[in-house]
Design a protein around this ligand. Sequence first.
Ligand code: SAM
Length: 223
Amino acid sequence: MALAIDIVTLFPGFFKSPLEESLLEKAQAKGLVRIRTHNLRGWTHDRHKTADDKPFGGGAGMVMKPEPIFECVEEVGKKAWVILLDPQGEPMSQTLAAKLARKKHLVLIAGHYEGVDQRVKDHLADQEISVGDFITMGGEAPALCLIESIVRLIPGVLGNKESVRHESFQSGKLEHPHYTRPREYRGWKVPEVLCSGDHQQVALWRHHEAERATRRKRPDLLK
Ligand SMILES: C[S@@+](CC[C@H](N)C(=O)[O-])C[C@H]1O[C@@H](n2cnc3c(N)ncnc32)[C@H](O)[C@@H]1O
């Protein structure tokens, strides 16, 4: 069965073009994933469709109210794995993307302003995920990062299985460099071995280059 993803957001328009382009559009058209956005304002109860309020205890900024988030998630994702995008969450990784790609139904909650009421974290979300040690304006861009990384791992989404297998982080290393035509550009030549037709030598070269890149750029991965 296809993976279902429901996005809970105050800004559903944010996802319009990304979901209608390229591989995400194709994956949905092929029925490999079903993605829907839900505007939280649809679960508010006042005439102004209020989804945020002042923080108890004072201080700057607004906090997203719990009621619309709870009610929306309870309606669209009863048995789903509920993820809150949050800078305090578990760091997103390729390993986590692979785990999430095997789930049946994901609900992604995008926060805004100062974030969501703590009770959403304590009593609704199954997992909090962060896309890095920096703060974005809302959870929409982080949610899209998750979707991009998860959906491309669903079998049938990418044409070539090999391209996933050798990718950075997949094997605990960065990927080797890539070259395409022309063979020489502005005097910079493609390494001879790649044009040799010797598959064993090419594989060896790629292995060494992947190790070299990892040692230089991300030594932490080798530990
Ligand atoms: C401006 S941020 C709130 C930051 C919060 N006041 C804090 O200091 O932890 C608003 C929303 O953006 C999303 N967000 C921001 N940075 C993120 C990150 N690194 N990873 C995941 N979500 C993030 C979350 O949904 C968050 O509720």
